[in-house]
Design a protein around this ligand. Structure first.
Ligand SMILES: [Zn+2]
Length: 402
């Protein structure tokens, strides 16, 4: 408490559960106050009483009450002053908000709200204020390589697209925006410019194989090479195998363990039942086996140690896959995946010459999952985006030192 403010009264209200400690703060009589616009010392024009929730005093809720003046500045007129213990418009003290922000960095917002005993809605408002301000301060002037990916805030709808700095291993998130596809790339460009970045300096963009992204990136960042990351190639074929398996399961009884086994890497961690199911699959003449063999050959391309070797392997892979493919329409998902890879082969091969690690976008999946858990119980696009920034953007100090 700094002059002219001082503590003038305190009272413990034991009628309330939990008990409430009320602290009364007042300014010295006749004090001058700075005009909130120009800082000039002014006499108080009039006073009104306000109350702020402060940090708990042991188990008791604590409130600060003060009569806050309006100044009457010759130039700026009658304005309510800002008190030093709370930000303008908040009904919580800065110390309370600082403690709240420390908690939400470590746990879901709902859990933090229960600990500090405010509604999660009010806590979200605090979080959105501080994260929003920190995002405004982000400096993108040195960004030259970005990756982007989309994810659903809720299963199957409410998409957000996330842009990351490929040169940052830690806290790489630069921009989170609602929607997917073309318009998100244009919004990122505007955000980049607002934050000191230069679109012409963007030399590489890593994304998936959606035509909308790739066309938009080409138009928006004229100097950028577009790289398709390997993770999306594998994802494409994994999905195709699963579609074939599902279609075939309707005609034939397939082992249950196969469902999970085909989604994993054959050399990854599998249960005994999954190993058996895969062995049977390899020996079988099921359509699913054909799709799976083609998918498994991707690893052989991935292991190429030069772009020349990768190009040769990719060509060989396409030819080999064409030989394996049965004309039955049940294998259409695999044919489609092969055609997509053919269309984007140049951008896929780009990863062998790119200086950026390819695993970065894959790592985003873990972040998305964590953000969904943190926003549980109050999840919409805005809260989901806020939490992604909070967990993974280089925001620095959220609450300035008090
Ligand atoms: Zn003034």
């Amino acid at each position: 408490m700094t002059p002219p403010w001082r503590l003038v009264g305190q009272r413990l209200d034991t009628d309330k559960q939990p008990h409430e400690l009320h602290l009364e703060v007042a300014a010295e009589r006749g004090s001058l106050f700075p005009c909130p616009t120009c800082g000039k010392s002014c006499k108080a024009h009039d006073f009104a009483e306000f109350t702020w929730r402060h940090m708990n005093f042991f188990q008791h809720h604590c409130y600060i009450t003060a009569k806050v003046p309006r100044t009457d500045c010759g130039e700026h007129g009658v304005l309510r002053i800002n008190v030093p213990w709370a930000r303008d418009g908040s009904r919580f003290t800065l110390l309370f908000e600082q403690a709240a922000m420390m908690l939400v960095r470590e746990m879901p917002v709902l859990a933090a709200a229960r600990i500090i005993e405010i509604t999660d809605k009010r806590l979200w408002r605090i979080v959105e204020h501080y994260v929003g301000r920190a995002v405004e301060r982000l400096d993108l002037s040195r960004v030259t390589a970005v990756g982007l990916d989309e994810t659903a805030a809720k299963r199957g709808h409410s998409y957000v697209t996330v842009f990351i700095d490929l040169d940052r291993a830690n806290k790489p998130v630069l921009f989170v925006t609602p929607g997917r596809g073309k318009e998100t790339v244009a919004r990122f460009r505007a955000f980049l410019v607002e934050h000191g970045g230069k679109p012409g300096r963007i030399a590489e963009v890593v994304c998936d194989m959606s035509g909308a992204f790739i066309a938009a990136v080409g138009e928006t960042f004229e100097n950028a090479a577009v790289t398709v990351d390997w993770f999306h190639v594998v994802q494409l074929f994994t999905k195709a195998v699963d579609e074939v398996r599902r279609a075939e399961a309707k005609q034939n009884k397939l082992p249950k363990a196969l469902r999970w086994a085909v989604l994993k890497r054959a050399d990854g961690r599998l249960t005994d039942a999954q190993v058996t199911a895969l062995a049977e699959l390899e020996a079988s003449d099921l359509f699913t086996a054909i799709a799976w063999r083609i998918k498994e050959k991707l690893r052989w391309i991935r292991q190429a140690n030069s772009v020349q070797a990768a190009r040769w392997r990719l060509t060989n892979f396409q030819r080999h896959a064409a030989e394996l493919l049965d004309p039955d329409p049940i294998l259409d998902p695999v044919r489609k995946a092969l055609a997509t890879v053919q269309t984007h082969s140049k951008r896929i091969l780009q990863r062998w010459t790119s200086s950026h690690s390819n695993a970065r976008l894959e790592g985003l999946n873990g972040l998305f999952q964590a953000a969904r858990a943190r926003a549980r119980g109050y999840r919409n696009i805005a809260t989901f985006a806020t939490i992604i920034y909070l967990i993974a953007a280089p925001l620095g100090d959220l609450v300035e030192s008090i």
